[in-house]
Design a protein around this ligand. Sequence first.
Ligand SMILES: [Zn+2]
Length: 241
Amino acid sequence: MREQLELLLRLQEIDGALTDLEWKAEDLPRRIADLEQQVETIDAVVKKQEVALETAKKDRRKLESDLEDTSARLDDLKSKQVVIKTNEEYAALQTEIGYAEETISEIEDSVLALLERIEGASGDLEAAKQSAADSRGVIEKEIAQFQEDMIRQTEALTIKRDERVRVAMNIDGRMLERYERILESKGDQVLVPLVNDLCTGCYKKLPPQQAIEIRRSDRFFECEGCGRILYWGGEEQDGEE
Ligand SMILES: [Zn+2]
């Protein structure tokens, strides 16, 4: 019986380790996905700056084309000055020339403002790219590390599962069934030591006679409070009872 108890305790230890390994195995892909999400966010910032710069450059091309058109129109108007016949025609032409010159001056101001915007956007883009490269470097290292951890984790899980099979093979079939049933319902410890006459699973106090029996024998006892398997671990805690 003592040997069975030791095997069950070993099984419980393996199950604890397996729970931990399985949790980590599920957690690592989540952490990798989080990091990949961060990279996407960083890329989106760079993309936004690229679009801002492209838009400013497109606006500039549009203004320069407007400027060319208006200049051509101004040249055309000026060429008409020599063939004007009447004072009215001359006055009308002068108004049109004045209007075209004003438009050109406005466009030139806009181009200057746009050049500043382009310079600013270029600077922002460079800064965003630099910052993205730095962050990406750090994050990609972390991702690589997590991926390595995942491989190790998978190997550790395989080893632990094999170990569980080997230990479980030597446990009495009915005992193993009982263990699995309690594990399923409790989700944690199946075997708990008796300490100071208390079940350390639910802290129910056992009748003194039963506690004595557990101490004396190698038999397994099921706790009336929680159904876990009680065993005598040979230890009492000071300061209680
Ligand atoms: Zn209990």
